[in-house]
Design a protein around this ligand. Sequence first.
Ligand code: SAH
Ligand code: SF4
Length: 422
Amino acid sequence: MNEYESSTVSKMLEAAGFTMVKNPDQAELVLLNTCTVRDQADEKVWNRLDNLIPQKRKFKAKKVAVLGCMVEAQRDAFLKRYPQIDLLLSPAQLKNIGTELEQVTNRNFDSYESYEYVHEANSSLFKSYLPIQTGCNFNCTYCIVPAVKGREVNHSPETLLNKVDSLVRSGVREVTLLGQTINSYRWEKTRFADLLESLASNYPSTWFRFLTSHPVLFDLRIIDVMSHYKNLCPFVHIPAQSGSDRILRSMKRGYTVSKYLDLIDRIREKIPGACISTDMICGFPGETEEDFKQSLNLMQRVRFETAFMFFYSERKETVAAGMQDSIPVELRKQRLQQMIDLQMDLQSTIYQERLGGIVEVLVEGRARRGKDFLKARSAGNFPVFFEGDSNLIGSIQKVRLIHASSHSFKAELISQERLLNA
Ligand code: SAH
Ligand code: SF4
């Protein structure tokens, strides 16, 4: 979501006459779009500001703006530590960024909304994000998101179809739908499965994927619809968070390990070759060695194609921050390392097992690694590199996977024809 918002703001700035510089030290205007989901994200922002703010003394025209969730959570801390910041905008205030930037920069801006779904015709990007939902109605005890983003708000199917229409007409081949618990999407009688179905059937040449699914609301219709439409990518990001029922209860996730596993089995059974990705947290308050082992067991059992793994980070005013039995940070970090090691091991076998397979990929551009190499992403979301001509960029191709590392594949092109009628 932050990437999406940052790119929208960049488009506004370009239209107002700004050009992007490589180094923030040289910039006249620097915007930091912040995340506050874990403490490490906050630290990055403070470090950047520690470097940027003193530059304002030397370079009087330099302006610094801070956007995003950290502003909602810590506005007073910003005002106290760096009153020199020119603009502080919380997520709820982002829609006013045009007017706010006019005051800071003396240039003219259109509204944020008018840039939201503008996709530059000549852009080398063939992919676009599309938020369909903001906020979250869950209350996982560790999570600050509901406090900073507010309650769930969904966009109407009509608005979304219009947006997709304009994206597709400007050359976009892959749309990633975004929402915190995307499968809870609902607009009057339209549920998430209905929305997916109408997008997939109206735009058969466009790939669709979506992030993030909540295990509790993943109804079987979604699996059904995914298995019917070839352009719905066989990729599901469905965080488990923990493999211990006790910890899941304490996190208030609303499911048990066995319910989660049933769901994964159903997805794998109905969508052959589906790639499943997770988020995992270790070192949650009260997590014993046994609970932690159960998380590792779950990872071994599911064999996730990708996993985003974090050690628990206390967030002020969340329920978990007040819990007993906090785990020492060193132990949390040790557990995280163990988790990452396991996932890397599993991943390298999972990748090896896919060798020889034929997959469809969307060609994204030239790879940096070798001049004749193209970089692409498979429908299942694996990074894939293969030798090919630049005119394939932006097309969907079939390739055979011939070599695997733990993060990507090398492949060879097996067909030049466009699989979907562009
Ligand atoms: N809405 C999504 C995730 C939002 S935050 C969902 O429900 O899955 C992204 C991820 O950050 C979470 O899945 C979780 O794994 C992690 N996360 C959130 N709060 C955290 C915290 N306090 N400490 C460590 N990781 C956290
Ligand atoms: Fe946070 Fe839970 Fe909502 Fe995800 S579902 S954003 S983890 S509260």
